[in-house]
Design a protein around this ligand. Sequence first.
Ligand SMILES: *[C@@H]1O[C@H](CO)[C@@H](O)[C@H](O)[C@H]1NC(C)=O
Ligand SMILES: *[C@@H]1O[C@H](CO)[C@@H](O)[C@H](O)[C@H]1NC(C)=O
Ligand SMILES: *[C@@H]1O[C@H](CO)[C@@H](O)[C@H](O)[C@H]1NC(C)=O
Ligand SMILES: *[C@@H]1O[C@H](CO)[C@@H](O)[C@H](O)[C@H]1NC(C)=O
Ligand SMILES: [Zn+2]
Length: 934
Amino acid sequence: MEKSRKVSKLCVLCIVLGVLSVATVVTLWSIAATQGRVVTEPWDKYRLPDTLKPDHYNLTLWPRLTANAQGLYVFTGESYVVFQCVKVTDLILIHSNKLNYSTSEDGHLAKLTALGSKPAPTIKNTWLQETTQFLVIQLNGKLAVGESYQLDTEFVGELADDLAGFYRSEYEENGVKRVVATSQMHPTNARKTFPCFDEPAMKAVFHITLVHPRGTVALSNGKEQNVVKTEAISQTRFEPTKTMSTYLLALIVCDYSYVSSQEKDILIRIWARRKAINESHGDYALNVTGQILSFYEVYYNTSYPLAKSDQIALPDFYFGAMENWGLVTYRETNLLYDPLISSNSNKERTATIIAHELAHMWFGNLVTLRWWNEVWLNEGFATYVSYLGADYAEPTWNVKDLIVLKDVHKVFAIDALASSHPLSSKENEIIKPHQISEQFDAISYSKGASVLRMLSDFLTEPVFVQGLSSYLHHFAYSNTVATDLWNHLQLAVEANGVTLPRTVDDIMNRWVLQRGFPVITIDTATGLVSQRHFLLDPDSVGNVPPSDFKYEWIVPIKWMDAGVVQKEIWLLEKEAFHPNLKSVQWVLANLNVTGYYRVTYDLDNWERLLMQLNTNHPIIPVMNRAQLVDDAFNLARAKVIHTTLALRTTKYLSKEREYMPWESAIDNLDYFYLMFDRTDVYDAMQGYVKNLVTPLFLHFKSMTSNWTEVPDGHTDQYNQVNAIRVACSTGLEECLNLTKGWYRQWMDKPGNNLIRPNLRTAVYCSAIAAGSAEEWDFGWSMFINATVASEADKLMSALACTKDPALLKRYLEYTLDSDKIRKQDATSVIVYIASNRRGEKLAWEFVTEKWNYMFTQYGVGSFSFSKLISGVTTRFSTKAELDQLYTFKQDNAAIGFGSGTGALEQAIEITKANIKWVKQNQNEVWDWFLSEAK
Ligand SMILES: *[C@@H]1O[C@H](CO)[C@@H](O)[C@H](O)[C@H]1NC(C)=O
Ligand SMILES: *[C@@H]1O[C@H](CO)[C@@H](O)[C@H](O)[C@H]1NC(C)=O
Ligand SMILES: *[C@@H]1O[C@H](CO)[C@@H](O)[C@H](O)[C@H]1NC(C)=O
Ligand SMILES: *[C@@H]1O[C@H](CO)[C@@H](O)[C@H](O)[C@H]1NC(C)=O
Ligand SMILES: [Zn+2]
C-alpha cells in the first residue's frame, strides 16, 4: 500500500531520532546526575504538558469491513483538531498509538495552520514516540498564547480484533459472517483511533463523520444528522457532541436493527443483531431505560444532557459495558433479555448494568474526574446509584439490600489484605496505560460504592442528593477532584443543619486515603468501643505501609439492643466508652451493614446473638443475619474469634428461608471447601451441609408444588437455585434424580428444553457433573448452537463441572481457539475449570504454560488478568503451591503481568495465609463437622 511504504521510510527516521534522543538524554543525565536529578525530554513523559488546550476535532473515519489483499482489516482517517495555546511553546505533543501517517509535501506527519492573524511557525520535525504514545511536532518558532491553531493529519490504522480503540467484532447470522466495526476508547485507546489529547481533562467538541458500506448503519455519540449515499458507500455525519472527554467517544458501523421509544424529548434506541431484535430481546432494556433516565433526572435534579440515548449489544466486548456518552456499549448478555430462556439473575443484571451506565451520563460524563487516580469516585458512585436506579425500575425486588452481598462483603475480602490499596492514589503514581487500567478493580467499584452508601446514610439521602446536584450544576462540562464533591456535600450539610462530628472532607479522607477498614470491638460488659485495622492475616501487619491517619477511622455506628433500634453513635478515636452499649441482652451493631466495617463483641454477647438466631431469628434484620455469618467467618480467619464459633453461626440455617443469610453462609463455607475438598475433611463437611440444606430443598419443593411453579419473590427465586445447587452438590439423592431427569428429558428432545430458566445453571452443572462424555458432548453442542448469549453462558460454566479430567483438558484447549471460545470468555472458562476441584491443577498448569500466549493475545488493557490469576490460585494452600507461584512470577517477569500485577501479589499473600490457616484449623474443623454431621 502507498501509505505503509511512506511510513516505513518515516520509521527509519524515527529510529534515527530515537537514537539521537537517547544520546541527548544520556548526556543530559550525566550533567543532571551531578545535580541529583534526571532530565527527560517532554516526549519521554507520559503526561501531556499544560501548554495547549483542544477546542474541537473534526474527524472522518472509514473502516473497511472486508480484508485487503494482505488479509488486513484497516480504517483510514482524516482529522483536524483546533486548539488554543495557553503557555508559550515550540512543541506540540498529541497522543497517537499504532497509527501510520501520510506525509505532507514537506515530508511531515501533520500540517499546522494558524487561525488568528499571525502565521503559524513552520514545522521543524515530526515523529512518533512509541513508548509514550505521542505524535511529536517540533516547531521552528513559538506558538503564541491565546492564539488558535489547526493541526491536520491523515492516517491509517488496523481494524484489529483486539477489542481496543476502533476494532473489529464478528458474528454469524443465518450462516453468514458479519463484521462490526466498534470502539472502546476508555481509558487510553482514543489515541489508537486518531491523534488526540487523550486525557480526561482535555475536553473538546467532536464533529464526527463515518464512511461505511451502503446498507449498514453508522452510530456515534451524536444523533445522525446527514447521510449521503453513493452507489457503494454512505457517509453519515453526526451532530457535534457536547464538550466531553476523548475516552467517551464511540464509533460503530454495523448491520444491526433496533427498537425505540421516546421519553419526553429523548430518543431511546436499543440496538442488536437483527435476530435478537426480531425475537424481542431488546424490549426489556427499552422498558427500563426510559424509567431509569427519568429517575436520574429527578435524582440529580438535572435533565438528561443529550438528545438521544443509544445502547448497543456487541458480540465481542471485554468489559461489562461502557458508558460512552449517548452510545453505551454492552456485552450481549448484559443488555439483551429473553423472558423465555433468561433467568431472573440475567434480568437483574440487565437492569443494574443499564442503571450503572446511565448513572455515568451525568456523574462521569457531564462532570468528569480530572485524572485516573480518582477512578473510584466515578465507578463507586455509578455502582452505588445503580441499585437505586434498578430499584426504581423494579420496586418489588428489594435489590438495594443486595449491595451488602455483591459489593460490601465481596470487597471486604480483598480490602482486608495487607496488599490492598487506598481508594485514591496520588496523581503522579498513575501515569502509564497499564497503571490506569489497574485502577479499575473491585476496590474502586465495590469499596467505592460501599463508602458512598455509608456517606449517604449518615448524611441522609435528601442531604446527599442536594449536595450532589449542586456539584453537578457547578461543574457541568468540566472536571473535578473528589474534594469538590465533599465541599458541595458540606454546603448541603450546613444548609440543612445536619450535625456531624467532623467535616465531610475530614470523615471521608479517612476512608479514601488509607487502605483497609476497621473492625469495631464492642464490649457489652463495660461499654468500651474500640477500632483497629482489620487484617485477614494478623501476621501481615508488618507489611502494611504507614498511614497518615494511623489506621484510625471516623466511624458512624447504628445499633440495636435486643431488637430495638438505638441512637447512632460515632467513634472518633481509637477507643471510647459508650455506657449505653452496656447490655444484659444482646447488642447488634452496624444495622443493615450501612457502615464499611466489621464488628465483634465480647464472647457473652456473641453467645446471646447465637441464642437469638437459634430461637427467633427474624428479630434480627435479614441483612444483619447475613452480616453475622460473614463477620464471624472472617473474624475467625483473622483469629479474632474461634473458628468453631463461626461455624456455629450456620447451625440456625436449617430454619432460615431467606436468601441473603444463605448466600453469605454458602460463600463462607466455600472457603472451607476450597481449603479442604482435597482432604479427609471433605466427607464430614458434605454430610453437615447436606443436613443443613435438606429442609430448604423441601421448602422450595412444596412452595413450587413439586417444582412445577416459580416462586414469586425475586430473592426466593435466587434461594431456590441455592437449594438445588447445594443439595445436589452434597449428593442429596432426590435432588440428583431431579436434575439428571430434567437434563435427560432435554437430551431426548433437544428442541424442547423444559428446564426452568432460573434453574438452568444449577441443573446443567449438576447433570454434567453426574454424567459422562455423552452429557458433556450434548452440552457442548447446545452451547455451540445457542443463539442467546445468556444461555450460552450458562452452558459455558456448566461444562466446567464435569469430573472427567480428559474432558476438562479438552475444554481448556478450546480456550485457545477463538472459533470455539471467544477471547472475551477465555478467562471465564479457565476460572470455571479452576473452581472445579478436579480441574484446578489442570487450569493452573495451563495458565503457567500459556502465559506468554495469553498475555499477548488477550490485550493488556483488559482487566481479566487479575480475575484469571486469582481464579486459578484460589485453592492454593500448600508450600509447594506457594513455590509454584514464586516460580511463575520469576519465569514471566520479562513478559509481565499487566493488570494482573496486583492480583499476583495478592495471590502470594493469600496463599501464605491459607497455608497457616489450614495447619491451624484442619483438625478442629474436621472434628466439628464429624460431631455435627451425626
Ligand atoms: C434496614 O433495611 C430494611 C430493608 O431494606 C428497612 O426496611 C429498614 O428500615 C432498615 N433499617 C434501618 C435501621 O435503617
Ligand atoms: C407432590 O408429589 C407428591 C408425591 O409425588 C404428592 O403426594 C403431592 O401431593 C404433590 N404435591 C403437589 C402440591 O402437587
Ligand atoms: C432416585 O432414582 C433411583 C433410580 O430411578 C430410585 O431407585 C430412587 O428411589 C430415587 N431416589 C429418590 C430419593 O427419589
Ligand atoms: C444445531 O443447529 C442446527 C441448525 O440450526 C441444526 O441443524 C442442528 O440439529 C442443531 N443441533 C442440535 C444438537 O440441536
Ligand atoms: Zn462504570
